[in-house]
Design a protein around this ligand. Sequence first.
Ligand SMILES: Cc1ncc(COP(=O)(O)O)c(C=O)c1O
Length: 433
Amino acid sequence: MRGDSSVDAPSVPVRLSQRAEWTRKQAIGFLMQQAVENPQVISLAAGLVDRDTLPVEEARGAVAEILRDEEQGRDVLQYGTTQGAERLRGALVDHLANLEGKSPQEMGLDPNRMILTNGSQQLLSLICQVLLDPGDICLVAAPTYFVFLGTLAGVGAQAIPIETDEDGMRMDALEAELKRMESAGELDRVKLIYLVSDFENPSGISLSAERRAAAVDIARRFSKEHRIFVLEDAAYRELRYDGPEMPSIWSHDEAGDTVILAQTFSKSFSPGLRVGYGVIPAELLEPICDRKGNEDFGSAHFNQQILATVFEQGRYAAHVEKVCASYRVKRDSMLAAADRYFGDIPGVRWVRPHGGLYVWMALPEHIETGFDSALFQQAAKTEEVMYVPGELCYAGSEEQRLKNRMRLSFGVQTPAGIDEGMKRLARAVRSVL
Ligand SMILES: Cc1ncc(COP(=O)(O)O)c(C=O)c1O
C-alpha cells in the first residue's frame, strides 16, 4: 500500500547543495559514458594508461611480500594515518631527490612535509577546498587539464586563462594579468597559479627551465596581502621519452613556502592503486590533513605499502623504463600516422611531445571540434573514432576557448589501433573541410 500511494504523490524536489550544482555536467562523465556505450569505437580520447605494461608481476611480488608474515600482514590490512604511510613517504624522499638529480642529503626534504592521497586528483581537490572560497581566482594555462577546471568550478572558484606558447604558460602574460588584477583591486582574490610542468595534458608541452624559476619569482612578488601559491602538477613527469630532464618548479622554491608539488603513481605504475602524493608548504599541511580527515582520514594503506615494497625490492625504476619504452613506440606511431594522414591537409598542425600521453592537434580555424560539431558526429558515428574536443580544456569566456583543437591520446591503443584511428579521423576531417 505504501508503495502505491508514493507513486501517486507529487514527488518532493531534491534540493542539492550549491557545491553539487557547481559540480554538474563534467565532460569527463560524458566521455566515459561514450566509451562504455560504444566499445567498438577506437578511442583516442581516453586518458587511460597502456594495459599491456601494467605491473602485474611487480604488484604480485609486493603483495606476496607484505602478506608473507602474519603480523606484518595485519599491520598493512589495518587503517593507516591521514598523512599516509611513513614507509612510503620515506622512499619518496629518495625518489624525488633522484628525479631532481640530487642526493637526498642535498635536497634535505622532510618526509613530514609529504602527504599521500587517493590519486593526485584528490590532492588537487583538497588544495582547492582549503584555499579557494567562491569567487577566488586560480590562474591556469590555456589550454590546461580539463578535469582540474571542473574541480575549480566545483568550489565556485574562477579560472583565468593565461596565454601559452611552445614553452608553456607565458610568464610575461602571467605577470601582465596579475598587474591588471592589482590595478583593478582584484589581487586579493588570487590564491593559486596552476601549472602542469611536464608534457601537459592536453598540449604535450613542458614549461621551459627559465619559466619554472620565473613562476616562483612572480608568485612571490605578487604575494602581498596573502600568499599566492604555485600548484605544480607533475603527473606526467616520469613519462619522458626524449628531450632534456628538467628540475621541477618546486626545486626553485628554496624557502619551501610557495610551491605545492603534486605527483602520482597512476601514470608511471598503476592507476588502479590510486596513490598520489604531494610536498606541501608547512602552513598548508595541517589544513589539508584536516580536510582529508573529513573525507577519508587516510587513503588505502594497503596500496601505499605495496608501493613502498616495490621501491624496497628495487623494481620501480625498471618498470618505469619499460613503460616509457612502450609509450615511446606509441607516440612515434601517432606522430608517423599524423604525418601520413594529416600531412597534406592545409592548416593542420600538431605538437610533437617529448613525453606524456597526448598529441594536441590544431585544425583550420573554421573547423569546430566540440561534441555538437559536424566533425565530432562524423568521427564518432560514421568513422567510429573518438577524441577529446579541445574547447573543454580552456577556461574563460566563449571567445577565449579555441574551438578547432583536438586532444589525441596514444596511451590506450596499440600502434596498429593508433594508425587505424588516425586514418579514420583524417577521413572525418576531410569530409567536413
Ligand atoms: C594533468 C593531470 N593531473 C592529475 C591527474 C590525476 O591523476 P591521478 O588522480 O590518477 O593521480 C591526471 C590524470 O589524468 C592528469 O592528467
